[in-house]
Ligand binder design. Structure first.
Ligand code: MG
Length: 222
């Protein structure tokens, strides 16, 4: 059976900023990553990417961990450009995307697959010890935040695993440059192989350690 047919049709209609093509790429990457370990995403919002990643994890009997404080990013606050009144909780006066996230996960029948962590990325990472097959960074888009996400989670990535960034804008006229800067830093570390992008999805694969053969006995004798 075509695996993609298992992705529910409503996935592309969930509130969010992920193109369908990007979602399908995440799905394919997660299918492969699950042979190594579980997947983790930072920045879940209403669960759109979690459906694509989560269905792949379900097929492979793996877990998807999600990290989001669910209070919205800077630009989603009242009065800001991406404010969405549907997500405003008038009881607390705060954004609450978790109710939408939860409904999405339930609708996609992923409650036995997705483990949400409702907190900030560095808090979730503090005592983390599980090696990961895929890390998807799509949280806050300031340089400091993206860098923190990279530094917190990259050490948990398994060799051969995927480090995926959303919102990589090669042209600064199209969007903020922080994810691209951190993506470039990761690449400059020499530890990653760059794979083709899908729209604004930047995909790196952690290189497997080079096995250095034991040097034959030195010929530089006397
Ligand atoms: Mg994004």
């Amino acid at each position: 059976m075509e695996m993609r047919s298992l992705i529910p049709g409503f996935a592309s209609e969930v509130k969010g900023f992920l193109a369908e093509e990007e979602g399908l790429r995440l799905f394919e990457l997660a299918l492969e990553a699950c042979s190594l370990g579980p997947c983790l995403e930072i920045g879940s919002f209403c669960g759109k990417s979690a459906v694509y990643l989560g269905i792949a994890c379900k097929i492979k009997e793996r877990t998807l961990f999600t990290v989001d404080h669910h209070r919205g990013s800077e630009e989603q606050q009242p009065g800001q450009s991406y404010f969405d009144a549907d997500l405003f909780d008038s009881n607390t006066g705060l954004i609450d995307s978790f109710q939408y996230f939860r409904a999405t996960i339930q609708k996609a029948e992923l409650e036995e697959v997705v483990v949400p962590m409702i907190t900030r990325s560095h808090v979730a990472a503090k005592d983390w010890a599980t090696p990961l097959g895929l890390v998807f960074i799509d949280g806050g888009h300031s340089y400091e935040t993206v860098l923190t996400d990279y530094k917190c989670w990259c050490p948990h990535l398994l060799p051969g695993g995927f480090l995926v960034f959303h919102d990589i804008f090669l042209d600064s006229a199209e969007g903020g440059q922080a994810p691209l800067e951190v993506y470039k830093e990761a690449l400059a570390s020499g530890r990653f192989e760059e794979l083709p992008m899908t729209k604004t999805l930047g995909v790196l694969r952690l290189c497997k350690p080079v096995v250095v053969k034991k040097q034959a006995r030195s010929r530089h004798g006397s």
